[in-house]
Design a protein around this ligand. Structure first.
Ligand code: SF4
Length: 286
């Protein structure tokens, strides 16, 4: 039997088996959603559509698209905000990020690669064979070509409150997975991926006056193509995740430090006190 596992699920069970079980087996989710997810979708949607229009040389009204996306992703749900943030400051920061994107994309000197049917390889779902008995399912954000060098890279867009560090980017299994999947799906027509990277949309409050940095879009951070050994190690990580799911081994993790990330876990109340209040059955499939 083949186990199909997405990058998100592999990451989830690798982080905490119990949280994986609450989310994917018991299908529970908190009633109040963190603003992080709708914020990310409301920025990501217009940006993605802009990159598609840019690759096809079509006009596109990114701000009108943002207004629609914001309403769609933030209406009719109970939202939780981080300390010192609220609905207005979140909206203003998201809007500023989207406003900044066309110039940031121009400066990055990138264009989305087209597939054989002429469609930009943006937000593309792929299913590729993994280690024996496992299929890996993932969605790539952007497969792009650098207009200066002609290099092909896989770029992941992240909305984040802090920029990532080099050690994280060099080790991120997400990027290794993207390289492996794109190589598998497109190497025969495009050749192997040259590099992998993140483009970060940094969430900061829009400053009231001229002081303060405000939201920013960082230039893409590229990492060289992962080695064969790194790809093999990534496949082993998927094999372990798939085995734990098949064997229903949903364990608490070894935490890295005394400051346990349980404090940040959406399922802490349920996990620690067995209290189901504040959770509901998840209706989405992923
Ligand atoms: S509270 Fe901690 S152990 Fe419990 S599900 Fe969350 S991360 Fe896992």
């Amino acid at each position: 039997m083949i186990t199909r596992i997405s990058y998100t699920r592999a990451q989830s069970i690798g982080t905490c088996g119990r949280a994986y079980r609450f989310r994917y087996i018991d299908r529970l989710e908190p009633v109040a959603t963190s603003i992080a997810m709708p914020f990310g979708k409301a920025v990501h949607g217009p940006v993605t559509d802009y990159v598609i229009a840019h690759a096809l040389s079509k006009p596109f009204d990114i701000m009108a698209n943002f207004e629609e996306a914001w309403v769609k992703h933030t209406s009719d749900q109970q939202l939780k905000y981080p300390m010192n943030w609220d609905a207005d400051s979140s909206y203003a920061a998201a809007k500023r990020l989207v406003e900044l994107f066309p110039e940031a994309w121009e400066k990055a000197q990138l264009v989305a690669v087209l597939d054989q049917s002429g469609a930009p390889l943006v937000e593309r779902w792929l299913v590729v064979p993994g280690p024996p008995g496992v299929e890996i399912e993932l969605r790539i954000d952007f497969l792009v070509m650098d207009l200066r060098s002609g290099a092909i890279g896989v770029l992941d867009a992240k909305t984040t409150s802090a920029e990532h560090c080099e050690a994280f980017g060099s080790n991120a299994l997400q990027l290794t997975t993207y390289q492996y999947a794109v190589d598998h799906a497109f190497a025969s027509c495009l050749g192997p991926v040259a590099n992998v990277g993140f483009m970060e949309f940094v969430k900061r409050k829009v400053p009231k006056g001229s002081k303060g940095q405000g939201p920013s879009i960082e230039p893409p951070t590229w990492y060289p193509r992962r080695s064969d050994e790194e790809v093999r190690e990534m496949l082993t990580a998927y094999a372990i995740a798939a085995r734990d799911i098949r064997d229903q081994r949903f364990l608490r993790p070894f935490f890295a430090s005394f400051n346990s990330p349980c404090n940040l876990c959406d399922y802490a109340r349920l996990c620690v006190h067995g209290d189901q209040q504040g959770y509901r059955l998840r209706t989405t499939s992923r």
